[in-house]
Design a protein around this ligand. Structure first.
Ligand code: SAH
Length: 342
């Protein structure tokens, strides 16, 4: 019989299971305590559970944790990349970023990615599979351990498209934020998406308090389709509408990510077009200097151009930030995660 990883379940799902097997509800909380507070690695270690419950759990579940295959640390800024091997030998990466008191984990949500963005190394892997809930949570548990519980932020911005694995990611977010789970605030989590419109609306309609970032890249529809083939599925117009809907329902600002490529989307007119197209959206914008990826044909905007782009936005009252490049020497920066093929 197939055994299921205990890390794949929310507290409510475990409570349901307890009811199915006629065990007390509070046992589910005890199990969560062992998993997330004590960090045990086998069901036998759950010392306060009755023997027959341990037996029933072992008939149905196991505890599976990815193996850290490699740890690489940037000499420039301390950024640390972890290469993890999953139970089917698939490889993923997650990255710890340090910025004074702020310690951020960049989490992967899929093995590879099927979106095909022309400028992103992960795209070259193609889509292999969705990560299970437990495989997403394990990255956070590893980061907490490595930082002595000092992790302050989580960004779902690693390998894959988070909103194409929403069911498993949603459950992972619930466990990570559960008081009996990892008790990590949803307001310090950010999901980055290419813009999967129906799921953006679903998040807007939910009670989740996570932040949302959309990889905009350009406001020119044709160019966006060229750079990001997925744009043909959900057009810019629909994405911008979804962003407005998100503003309205959550009363929260949205973040747009805009990777700056030399001579492609970095001139003054591009900045002006952006301001015009987004005039009805409540947003801030992160300008990301292009990081060299395994794809060819792109180069980084010149510093002066980036600063000018930012200046134009700011002069129109828009909060615009240039993201600091981190971990480029260990291929851990945005768009560089390719699980060791580079
Ligand atoms: N699929 C999600 C999350 C992964 S990509 C998304 O697209 O948002 C995370 C961020 O890295 C996105 O904003 C993406 O546009 C950016 N990115 C991808 N390749 C990059 C590169 N070569 N240089 C800089 N940023 C890049």
């Amino acid at each position: 019989m197939t055994l299921y990883n205990l890390y794949n379940y929310t507290l409510d799902e475990l409570i349901d299971f307890m009811q199915q097997i006629k065990a007390e509800r509070y046992r589910a909380k005890q199990i969560f305590g062992w998993l997330y507070d004590k960090g045990i690695t086998s069901i036998d270690e759950m010392k306060n559970l009755p023997k027959d419950l341990i037996k029933k759990l072992k008939e149905r579940f196991l505890i599976s944790i990815p193996e850290v295959k490699k740890e690489t640390k940037s000499k420039i800024d301390g950024t640390t990349k972890y290469l993890l091997r999953l139970k089917d030998d698939a490889l993923i990466e997650c990255v710890l970023l340090f910025d004074n008191e702020r310690i951020t984990l960049c989490v992967s949500t899929q093995v590879g990615c099927g979106c095909g963005c022309r400028f992103c190394s992960t795209a070259l892997l193609g889509f292999k599979r969705n990560l299970e809930t437990g495989e997403i949570i394990s990255q956070v548990m590893l980061a907490r351990k490595k930082t002595n519980n000092k992790l302050t932020n989580i960004v779902f911005m690693g390998m894959g498209e988070p909103l194409l694995n929403w069911k498993n990611l949603n459950k992972a977010i619930l466990v990570i934020s559960d008081k009996n789970g990892l008790n990590f605030s949803q307001t310090r989590m950010t999901i980055s998406t290419i813009g999967i419109v129906p799921v953006i609306k679903q998040i807007a309609d939910s009670d989740l308090k996570v932040n949302l970032a959309i990889s905009l890249i350009t406001v020119k529809d044709e160019l966006r389709s060229e750079l990001m083939p997925f744009n043909k599925k959900y057009s810019l117009k629909e994405i911008i509408k979804a962003a407005e809907y998100y503003n309205k329902k959550t009363k929260k600002q949205i973040t747009f990510e805009y990777v700056l490529f030399k001579n492609i989307n970095d001139n003054e007119q591009d900045a002006m077009d952006l301001i015009e197209k987004l005039k009805d959206v409540d947003y801030k914008i992160n300008l990301i200097p292009y990081n060299s990826s395994l794809n060819t044909g792109f180069s980084k905007s010149e510093n002066e151009k980036m600063l000018n782009f930012q200046k134009i936005l700011i002069s129109h009252g828009i909060k615009a930030f240039i993201r600091k490049e981190k971990g480029a020497d260990i291929k851990a920066a945005c768009g560089q995660l390719a699980a060791n093929i580079n």
